[in-house]
Write a protein of this length. Structure first.
Length: 179
């Protein structure tokens, strides 16, 4: 299976990227073809709502989204990876998802498999409620087939994250994908 992993932490050595690395290792061991895109360090501009694309592209903006669109449409699965920022996804990931507008129809028809990996400093039972709800709403609207979530609480730094159960869960999740 072709899996596109979209990372979005501004910090290269972040807790969310650490969890993504474990997922990727497990998925590669299972034989999946992995492509990574770093939304935090890519050249992406916010959707300007001009509707020039009419939801079927191309977008009038010329940036990395052209390549992301190709990667999305040729993949079997997307994995969204984000730190938890004020109980939602990073702005960098939100910019990328907002730009799905330019190929909404194609994306909906594809019924893409997706997953979510989040790392949060907080460890309260309510910490992931809002991002989980947002992700599930995206799945419903875009007809994504949710394959699962790693919601890493108590993962404020990579050192903290390494001491939790979440790296192992991410690795095992990667190994289970496609079964």
């Amino acid at each position: 299976m072709k899996i596109l992993v979209i990372k979005s932490s501004p910090h290269e050595h972040s807790s969310s990227n650490l969890l993504a690395g474990h997922f990727i290792r497990g998925a590669k061991e299972k034989g999946h073809d992995i492509t990574e895109f770093d939304a935090a360090h890519g050249n992406l501009h916010p959707c300007i709502g001009c509707d020039a694309c009419r939801m079927s592209g191309p977008c009038c903006q010329k940036d990395d989204m052209e390549g992301v669109r190709e990667a999305v449409l040729t993949s079997d699965m997307m994995v969204f990876v984000t730190p938890l920022y004020y109980f939602g996804m990073s702005a960098q990931l939100k910019i990328l998802i907002d730009r799905f507008y330019s190929f909404n129809g194609e994306l909906m028809a594809k019924q893409m498999k997706t997953a979510l990996i989040v790392a949060a400093w907080d460890s309260g039972e309510w910490t992931m409620k809002e991002i989980e709800g947002h992700y599930m709403t995206l799945c419903r609207y875009l007809r994504f087939s949710n394959q699962g979530m790693i919601l890493g609480t108590g993962c404020g730094t990579p050192a903290m994250t390494s001491k939790t159960r979440f790296p192992q869960q991410a690795y095992e999740f990667g190994k289970r994908i496609g079964m």
